[in-house]
Design a protein around this ligand. Structure first.
Ligand code: 5GP
Length: 125
């Protein structure tokens, strides 16, 4: 459920379609709470997207309206994926875009997982 100021969830968004299996993705991990797959336009040697299975448009929506189990399950999945991909030794970056200024393109909450090279400063500009 979206909160004040957030758009309603759009069941036709691209990640909803990936969750339903209508669009193919290169799956990395799946459990009760989360699905992870490779970004179609990778910006680093490792660029994985992790999405909750529930219908949340953004971090603002998920953090406010997700259940404690959903939030814990999702966060544990993100950590497990990074660990299982062998990324802990050299490190990685997590990023979530939320809303207009962030440039969020897909209105289903997702976390980007970047790794595989030094990632530079936190923001490009
Ligand atoms: P945002 O800008 O919303 O944070 O990031 C959306 C991401 O989804 C982008 O990095 C983009 O490359 C990725 N993306 C968009 N469409 C698809 C798709 O159909 N499949 C996959 N695997 N990634 C997608």
């Amino acid at each position: 459920m979206a909160g004040m100021g957030l758009p309603p969830y759009d069941d036709g968004n691209i990640f909803a379609r990936i969750l339903r299996g209508e669009i193919a993705s290169k799956k990395v991990y799946e459990d009760q709470w989360a699905l992870a797959f490779h970004d179609i336009n990778p910006l680093a040697p490792v660029h994985v997207l992790v999405i909750p299975k529930g219908k949340y448009v953004s971090f603002a929506d998920f953090s406010a309206n997700g259940s404690a189990d959903e939030i814990a399950g999702f966060m544990r999945a993100v950590g497990k994926i990074a660990k299982d991909l062998g990324l802990e030794a050299q490190g990685y970056r997590l990023l979530a875009n939320m809303g207009e200024h962030s440039g969020q393109e897909v209105p289903h909450f997702h976390m980007h997982l970047f790794a595989g090279r030094p990632l530079g400063r936190m923001l490009s500009t």
